[in-house]
Design a protein around this ligand. Structure first.
Ligand SMILES: C[S@@+](CC[C@H](N)C(=O)[O-])C[C@H]1O[C@@H](n2cnc3c(N)ncnc32)[C@H](O)[C@@H]1O
Length: 206
C-alpha cells in the first residue's frame, strides 16, 4: 500500500475524516452556496473522504447522480456508512487507474488533487471526464502564497505537489480550461492564514 493511502486509511479510522469535514466545511459551504445547478446534472467528487460533499450535493433538486471516489478503503467505508440517498455512489479507486467511461457535468475536489504528484496528468484526466461546458471546482488550502501551509509538506512526509496561485491557474489554462479563481477566507478563524488567504478555488470550464 502506498504512503498516501496508508495515511488516509489511518485518519479515517481515527475519526480525522470528521475533523477535516468540520474544518473544510467552513469555506467549502460558502463556495457551494455561490453555485447554482439549474439543469439536471451529474457530479463527481475526487478524494471524497467520508463523502460529506457528495451527501450534500445529492440533496440538490437537479442532481441525478453524485459519485465520490477515494483511494482509501476506510474513507469509502465511512462514506458508505453515512449514505442517506440512492443518488450517492462511492467507489474505492485511485484516480490514476480509474477506468470510467462516462462524463460528468461537474467535478469537485477539496484538498485532494495535490497528493497526485505531479498534478498535470490527473488534471488532464479530469478534463476528459468533463462534458463540454462542464466545470471543475478545485479547492486547495495548500499553496505557497499562504506562506504557512507549505510547512505541511515536511510535516506530512508524503508526496505533495506545492504550487503558487499563479502556477495553479497557469496549469489549468495549459490543459485547456477557461479558468477563474475564488478565494474564500474565514474571518472568524483563529488562524491568520485562514483569515488572510483562506481556501483557493480554481474553477475550470471545459
Ligand atoms: C485531505 S483529504 C480530503 C478529503 C475530503 N475532500 C474532505 O475535504 O474532507 C484527501 C483525500 O484524497 C484522497 N486521495 C489522495 N490521492 C488520491 C488519489 N490518487 N485517488 C483518489 N483519492 C485520493 C485521500 O485518500 C483522502 O481521503
Amino acid at each position: 500500500m502506498d504512503k498516501v493511502t496508508k495515511l488516509f486509511d489511518t485518519w479515517a479510522k481515527g475519526g480525522r475524516s470528521e475533523i477535516m469535514e468540520r474544518e473544510h466545511r467552513k469555506t467549502v459551504t460558502k463556495f457551494l452556496r455561490s453555485l447554482s445547478f439549474k439543469k439536471s446534472f451529474s457530479f463527481l467528487d475526487v478524494g471524497c473522504g467520508n463523502g460529506w460533499v457528495v451527501r450534500e450535493i445529492a440533496t440538490r433538486k437537479n442532481c441525478k447522480i453524485a459519485v465520490g471516489i477515494d483511494k482509501s478503503k476506510n474513507m469509502i467505508k465511512s462514506a458508505l456508512a453515512k449514505k442517506i440517498s440512492s443518488k450517492e455512489n462511492y467507489i474505492q479507486t485511485d484516480l490514476k487507474s480509474w477506468d470510467y467511461r462516462g462524463k460528468f457535468d461537474y467535478i469537485f475536489s477539496m484538498e485532494s488533487l495535490y497528493y497526485l504528484v505531479p498534478m498535470e496528468p490527473p488534471l488532464k484526466k479530469l478534463y476528459k471526464l468533463l462534458k463540454r461546458g462542464g466545470q471543475f471546482f478545485c479547492g486547495t488550502d495548500f499553496y505557497t502564497d499562504t506562506k504557512v501551509t507549505k510547512r505541511w509538506k515536511d510535516q506530512m512526509k508524503i508526496p505533495m505537489d506545492l504550487r503558487s496561485k499563479k502556477e495553479w491557474v497557469q496549469m489549468f489554462k495549459d490543459i485547456g480550461f477557461q479558468t477563474k479563481t475564488n478565494q474564500i477566507r474565514d474571518p472568524k478563524s483563529y488562524k491568520k492564514w485562514k483569515r488572510e488567504f483562506g481556501t483557493l478555488f480554481i474553477i475550470g470550464k471545459k
